[in-house]
Design a binder for this molecule. Sequence first.
Ligand SMILES: Cc1cc2nc3c(=O)[nH]c(=O)nc-3n(C[C@H](O)[C@H](O)[C@H](O)COP(=O)(O)O)c2cc1C
Length: 93
Amino acid sequence: MKDADVIVIGTPVYWSNMSGYLTTFIDHMQINNDLKNADLYAIVQGADSNQTAAINSTYGSLNRISIRFKMHFVGIAQTDSQIQKMHQKMIGK
Ligand SMILES: Cc1cc2nc3c(=O)[nH]c(=O)nc-3n(C[C@H](O)[C@H](O)[C@H](O)COP(=O)(O)O)c2cc1C
């Protein structure tokens, strides 16, 4: 992760939020400048077709975390078309 320009995080949706596994992973990251300026993308996967609540809660958490780690949070994708758009943005860089 320290060497990455782009970081893609995927998480299942549990109770309309990112998973506890991802929260635990983030909890164990050290706050320093190692991830500074990295582009952060996230993908959420849930059972329901509408993931507005999960996207909003995950967005809030990852946005605040990105500020602490000085990463550039690009956004969250859920559907295939959103993931395609995200990929285009990523490779267009
Ligand atoms: C504890 C738990 C809570 C879940 N909560 C939601 C939810 O709020 N919304 C949703 O769309 N799917 C929910 N799901 C379904 C999972 O997001 C979905 O099945 C996911 O793809 C499972 O990934 P996994 O096999 O890596 O756990 C939940 C699943 C579990 C086990």
